[in-house]
Design a protein around this ligand. Structure first.
Ligand SMILES: Nc1nc2c(c(=O)[nH]1)N[C@H]1C(S)=C(S)[C@@H](COP(=O)(O)O)O[C@H]1N2
Ligand SMILES: [Mo]
Length: 369
């Protein structure tokens, strides 16, 4: 169908949806509004040898669906849409592909917002590339396309879409080394960061990775974050390395950046996987894992940490405190081990019997294969 015919068809659909009283005038207005952003382009990467652009007019030519969906934002407001546009799968069909062919589809926007949609969602959900909402043209800050994934949280409903990356392959790697964020932060430069009018402290993610992982490993494309409430976020290495971790005040550790929209900030981080290095928050682990007594304190089981992070197969583990006096223990010697935090915030490892070793000011755990 020609683009203009398609617009007329959409106008009729819109009339049915809005049931307006002056149909001719509304039609003219809607057509003019749709045409005003029909020439905007979206970059498509990972689908053909070279990146290419499609215009919104081209998207309008595909078969469309109209679906209602509602979801809450992080601060409790409701977002309601009745979105019209082609399904991502309808678009992909033209290239002989489907959502299931990819491990990640990343949607990015004009305001630098971006989000990775992972394989479970790709396999199970409709993804709509919406160019009309509630029978009308999109409002300015949603144009030219709003992605909607009904039944998934509104953080996936990307407004101002300007790029889609189709990725295959890389998923989170098993950890070979675990670094405790609370201990590591003490040895990194701290900066002031104004957070809701509070002077909090942050460390640069670049400093953290530079000191404790391989910052030059360009094979790492994605950084995987898990929050205490179970939220999983997959961020590009570039975005991650341009950000900060807030380490004082509320919601800590919190990934944020003044250059990224707030919806991309991640609070209450439990772990961050960067290649084979996993950064871990003992303070959040105490909120998430079952508590047990570890020495004189309440703590969590070492095995719960390993299960959460996913590590390579071990024969033993090396526990290293800030003074470098490390302790090597076999798997069986760590079966009853726990990790706790003192009232001063220091992380300790307590093996329990049979080894009866304690490592105070624990910085890292290496998996020895
Ligand atoms: N381009 C863009 N899209 C975005 C965001 C953003 O900051 N920029 N925030 C997301 C988040 S976190 C939520 S909860 C919803 C909020 O929807 P609303 O802006 O329509 O209220 O939009 C999502 N889409
Ligand atoms: Mo959000």
């Amino acid at each position: 169908m020609k683009a203009c015919l398609k617009i007329i068809f959409l106008l009729i659909t819109a009339l049915l949806l809005t049931g307006c009283s002056d149909p001719v005038r509304q039609q003219t207005e809607l057509r003019a509004e749709l045409e005003s952003y029909a020439d905007e382009k979206i970059v498509i990467s990972g689908l053909q040898d070279k990146d290419f652009e499609i215009s919104v007019a081209e998207l309008m030519e595909f078969d469309t669906v109209t679906k209602s969906a509602a979801s809450n934002t992080a601060d409790g407001q409701q977002v309601k849409v009745k979105i019209t546009g082609p399904l991502l799968n309808t678009f992909l069909q033209k290239y002989g592909k489907s959502q299931r062919d990819f491990s990640v589809v990343r949607f990015s926007a004009r305001d630098k917002y971006s989000i990775a949609v992972v394989s479970d969602i790709l396999a199970n959900r409709d993804i709509i590339l919406g160019f009309m909402d509630k029978g009308k043209a999109l409002i300015g800050e949603d144009r030219p396309v709003r992605v909607v994934i009904p039944e998934e949280r509104a953080m996936y409903w990307v407004r101002m879409l300007n790029r889609i990356d189709f990725e295959t392959g890389e998923s989170a790697r098993l950890a070979e080394k675990i670094i405790f964020l609370e201990t590591a932060s003490e040895y990194l430069p701290q900066e002031d960061y104004e957070y809701y009018e509070r002077p909090d402290k942050v460390i640069k993610t670049r400093d953290l990775i530079g000191k404790y992982a391989d910052i030059n490993d360009t094979a790492i494309k994605n950084v995987f974050m898990v929050a205490a409430d179970g939220l999983k976020k997959n961020e590009t290495r570039a975005n991650f390395l341009d950000g900060y971790l807030k380490i004082t005040g509320s919601d800590i550790p919190k990934f944020l950046s003044p250059d990224l929209p707030q919806g991309m900030h991640v609070r209450d981080l439990l772990s961050i996987s960067y290649g084979t290095t996993a950064f871990f928050s003992a303070a959040q682990a105490l909120n998430v894992f079952p508590l047990l007594s570890v020495g004189e304190e309440m703590g969590f089981a070492f095995t719960d940490l390993l299960k959460q992070i996913g590590t390579t197969k071990a024969v033993s583990y090396r526990f290293t405190p800030t003074d470098g006096q490390s302790v090597l223990l076999s798997i069986s010697e760590t079966a009853n081990a726990g990790i706790c935090m003192g009232s001063d915030g220091a992380v300790s490892f307590v093996s329990g019997s049979p080894a009866n070793k304690t490592v105070n000011k624990l910085l890292s755990i290496e998996v020895i294969e």
